[in-house]
Design a protein around this ligand. Structure first.
Ligand SMILES: [Zn+2]
Length: 111
């Protein structure tokens, strides 16, 4: 399966795929971030997932229905400040703001 297009290089950030499960952003202020898709999915900022993140049992309940390999089917810009990800588990309500993405921990702390 091919990674979805990243159509939103702009004056703030250049996006790229590191590999099938890792997304990279080169910020134009010089900061570099890479993200595991599973980390992004598990830290989905939407209201529903935030509730689940507070309650580990709810996360476990969800697991059996999730596909074996997490994939991002589509990544779309939301204005110039955020992106919306459509996951292959059917979820797509999370809006990842650039500010939030910049604050995420480095790749080696995402496992
Ligand atoms: Zn969510």
């Amino acid at each position: 399966m091919v990674n979805p297009a990243l159509p939103f290089n702009n004056e703030r950030a250049q996006w790229y795929w590191v590999d099938g499960e890792t997304l990279g952003i080169h910020w134009n202020d010089g900061q570099e971030n890479q993200y595991l898709l599973s980390f992004l999915r598990n830290h989905c900022p939407c209201a529903l997932c935030k509730e689940d993140q507070k309650n580990p049992l709810a996360m476990h309940k969800k697991t059996p229905g999730q596909p074996k390999q997490l994939k991002a089917l589509e990544i779309q810009p939301v204005g110039r400040y955020a992106v919306q990800v459509t996951w292959n588990d059917g979820h797509r309500t999370g809006i990842y703001t650039y500010a939030r993405l910049k604050e995420m921990p480095p790749l080696d702390q995402q496992r």
